[in-house]
Design a protein around this ligand. Sequence first.
Ligand code: FAD
Length: 490
Amino acid sequence: MTRVAVVGAGVGGLACGARLAARGHDVQVFEQADVVGGKLGIHEQDGFRFDTGPSLLTWPQLVHDVLDHTATDGDDASLELQQVDPIAHYRYPDGTTLTAHANRERMRRAFDTSLGLGTGAAWARLMERAERMWDAIEQPILSQPQPGVAGLANQARRLTDLGKIAPHRTLRSIGQQYLHHPHQQQFLERYATYTGSDPRRAPAVLATIPWLEQTTGAWYVAGGLHRIAEVLADRITAHGGQVHTSARVDTIATTGDAVTGVTLADGTRIAADVVIANNEARSLYGRVLEHPNAPRWRKEVERAEPSLSGFVVLLGLDGRTPDLSHHTVLFNADFDAEFDAIFGREPQPVPDPTIYVSVPDDPTTAPDGSEAWFVLVNAARQGPVDWDADDTAARYAEHVIDLMAKRGLDVRHRIRTSTWISPADLARRTGALGGAIYGTSSNGWRAAAMRPANRGPIDGLYLVGGSAHPGGGLPLVLKSAEITTGLIDA
Ligand SMILES: Cc1cc2nc3c(=O)[nH]c(=O)nc-3n(C[C@H](O)[C@H](O)[C@H](O)COP(=O)(O)OP(=O)(O)OC[C@H]3O[C@@H](n4cnc5c(N)ncnc54)[C@H](O)[C@@H]3O)c2cc1C
């Protein structure tokens, strides 16, 4: 039986912990926060229960896989996945509206209806290309271990060979090739933010994200997506493992080139044969790993650009809104200005951001006759912007609510309770660098090759989560856990 210590109870750490505990290993998970889940977070206030991270799940098979592999004989906590369709209602500044579906045929019809005949066919052609891209990456790249730091150059060469995925092209450029309506291009480009990236620099292969959504569906979890973290933690304990919250790991100890265990902030030492770091690779090598080469490894991981962050406003509203989609997206007029404000030379809170509103149709999230609204805008990280300065965050939350009103969603008179989570708050809650939502971004065609491998550079050290291979977002982090546990149990 291998003694496994997991640093962090994000979905990656929990999925690894659950899979390994189910295979009979002695698993202990240490989470610095007082609740599991990391970015897959939860906030409860005045009877409202808000997911503070993802609001929809794609590629649900990955959740089914981890649940199947960790099933217990007894009274098993499980998850109820509910398909959401339509997924989102889009509003453009010129008054155009579009209803998006998690289904290719319905999506094609929606484009023709909203943006004009022919736009549906253009989208369908792009999705056919995206399907070929998916075939090129799903098994060879997303489902396999990365070869590690030494093999990154090889990985890059392999990517170059994969003509289907057009490695040197950006999401914007492939959008401009296939789509001619500017609203449709903006629709495609928003998927760059699903990996925390800028559509002008993110690779064309991100066109596979809407393809995946429209092929495998978009799913909500009854009770909120945070339930995924709760159930995985339950699976760990059901298999004899332990999940410790309010337990920060200060150091990962090593002897020679092998891990020996972890030391907690209160001084407790736990011996381990395997340590799985679910904290960010930068914090692993910058602060936590005790090894003479850690500064060098830190420099290597710092070559990858962190993802963007998000500014979240949580609103508990009186009354119910008729005909509300799960998501409402209020586009801005100048998408480039949004990404300039986030990734440009002088980062600042985006003055006129796209606004993403999520309102689950789930009675457990709000008291009777009310609604729990999660409002997200893309934001520059804490650091480049000081979100803690004076009343920056409070004023920005008001600004977002006022912008919603200007764009036709005026809920100011309905607010019963509210709060916000700035990038600085997100960094404190989850240990994410500057509150980066997805770990590292996909900006630049080499980004995928620059993510650290799941097998660390010393014996017994493994990396899982958004800043490791194959990247951020729930589906890829679940893949990361599958690859990592496969390496440990090989
Ligand atoms: C606002 C927001 C919206 C999002 N929307 C989506 C979406 O729509 N779809 C999607 O797929 N994804 C979305 N994501 C991203 C998704 O939530 C993340 O990619 C995923 O949850 C990250 O999981 P992870 O395993 O990398 O760990 P993380 O969630 O980063 O967790 C790491 C954990 O490690 C802990 N930790 C760090 N250092 C230590 C230490 N020294 N000791 C102990 N514990 C430590 C942290 O507290 C944290 O709990 C969103 C995220 C946010 C914040």
